[in-house]
Design a binder for this molecule. Structure first.
Ligand code: UDX
Length: 433
């Protein structure tokens, strides 16, 4: 099967590599020629375990190719995936410029295409976009009807950064939203080698499944963080409490890790976008509103406790360990490290930062702070350390050798407190110090 993927971001590259792993011919498309030449050399534009190796393998084998022209790629492919970005606008609504342009190019290719072609929406788009904006752009440019002249499907992506390939090759489910049987059959055939449940639904329900899943997961995190602050004051540990809560099969033990909150390219953006959709539908969203509010409270709460532990933050040197929004990625979008660092600076602290992979990306958004190349030097420099990302290398730090370090706050339950000696230590969700 000949497939093309428009957009070489996280979703696009992972989708392309998954299709290549399944044995299909894949063309990766992006307007950024520099990005394409890096990809051809096996260098992913972002850090993600396993991706560089798979790029090298499939370019060598010839299963993967690149093109900078969406029109040409769509003419060649039988199935075209739209995986371009859908960033948030200032007001929380979704920017649909890139998907409209991709749909227009694909539509032009459909005009003269022989045989049945299927267009698949992989980008996260607000409910109604596939059968609205995307269908209209495709039909206008092609002069054909969706479901008759060409197939149209919405197939959301559920990958997590840091384990993107694993998630994409072994999904819990594949959701296929289509209007017509032929598109569903095509998608079913394409993805059946994954061996996962393939759920058929409508395009709008498929879009909503993605938003509803991410909102549910974000809600779980804000719920556990709210419980966490109660537990801290009640003198119990929220991790002990959630062990008991998570044993209830209706709840499950996953996504109950309390800490400094959620970041990344999905949860904050998707919850905000759904709130925006609800506003347009004139529906109140008290649950989603408070999910975002709780997520804003956690970084402030961490800084409040550190201020109490040190007496003052004025002129204190604080090192932030971890700038990526989670480990095994260099992605700093919506990272909780940023609000923590801004609050520290506002309260008079000098801030140092370290991250094994994300320091370069963080520099582009960083306020006035010092960057360190290695964690040991960053800790040596500081009066206090705040651990924000649970990178593996932070688990083996020899804290005992840092004689001047006074306090540590663990925002991600990563440090073994038995090896700290006289250093004051507090982990979010445990009784307040
Ligand atoms: C998420 C979804 O998991 C994925 O299905 C979707 O397609 C995209 O969004 P991702 O953003 O890569 O994936 O990371 P994830 O592992 O879900 O973590 C998101 C954030 O939540 C991170 O900042 C993480 O630290 C935080 N988190 C996660 C918690 O604070 N507690 C938890 O229990 C789990």
């Amino acid at each position: 099967m000949r497939t093309a993927v428009i957009g070489c971001g996280y979703v696009g590259l992972t989708t392309g590599l998954t299709l290549a792993e399944l044995g299909y011919d894949v063309v990766l498309v992006d307007t950024d020629k520099r990005k394409l030449s890096a990809v051809r050399e096996g260098r992913s534009p972002f850090y993600e375990p396993g991706v560089d190796e798979l790029l090298k393998k499939h370019f060598k084998a010839g299963t993967l190719r690149t093109m900078d022209d969406a029109l040409e790629a769509s003419r060649w492919a039988e199935i075209v995936f739209i995986a371009v970005g859908t960033p948030s606008r200032e007001d929380g609504s979704m920017e649909d410029r890139y998907i409209r342009e991709a749909a227009r190019q694909i539509g032009r290719s459909l005009k003269s295409a022989r045989g049945f072609r299927t267009v698949v929406v992989k980008s996260t788009v607000v409910p109604g976009t596939t059968i609205g904006t995307i269908r209209s752009a495709l039909e206008r440019a092609s002069g054909k009807r969706a479901g008759k002249g060409f197939g149209l499907a919405m197939c959301p992506e559920f990958l997590r950064e840091g384990s993107a390939m694993q998630d994409s090759l072994h999904p819990d489910r594949v959701v296929v939203g289509t209007l017509d049987d032929r598109s569903f059959e095509t998608m079913s055939k394409l993805f059946s080698p994954l061996g996962s449940i393939i759920l058929r639904t409508s395009p709008t329900a498929a879009e909503m499944i993605k938003y509803a899943s991410n909102t549910f997961l974000a809600t779980k995190i804000s719920y556990v963080n709210e419980m966490s602050r109660l537990c801290e004051k009640l003198g119990v540990d929220v991790y002990d409490v959630m062990e008991g809560v998570g044993l209830d099969k209706r709840i499950s033990p996953h996504f109950l890790r309390a800490g400094v909150g959620f970041g990344g390219s999905c949860f904050p953006k998707d919850v905000s976008a759904l709130i925006h959709v609800a506003k347009g539908l004139d529906e109140p969203t008290p649950v989603m509103d408070s999910v975002m509010r709780t997520n804003d409270i956690q970084p402030r709460h961490l800084v409040d406790v550190l201020e109490r532990m040190l007496g003052t933050l004025k002129k204190r040197k604080v090192t932030v360990l971890g700038l990526a929004f989670k480990p095994d990625t260099d992605d700093v979008r919506e990272t909780r490290s940023l609000p923590v660092i801004k609050a520290l600076i506002r309260r008079g602290a000098e801030v140092g930062g370290h991250d094994p992979k994300a320091a370069l990306n963080f520099r582009t958004i960083a306020p006035d702070m010092t960057f360190f190349d290695d964690a040991a030097t960053a800790i040596e420099w500081a009066d206090a350390v705040v651990l924000m990302t649970e990178w593996n290398e932070y688990r083996s730090i020899d804290w005992g050798q840092h004689k001047y370090l006074k306090a540590i706050i663990d925002g991600r339950r990563t440090i073994d407190p038995s090896r700290l000696g006289r250093i004051k230590y507090w982990s979010m969700g445990s009784p307040l110090p």
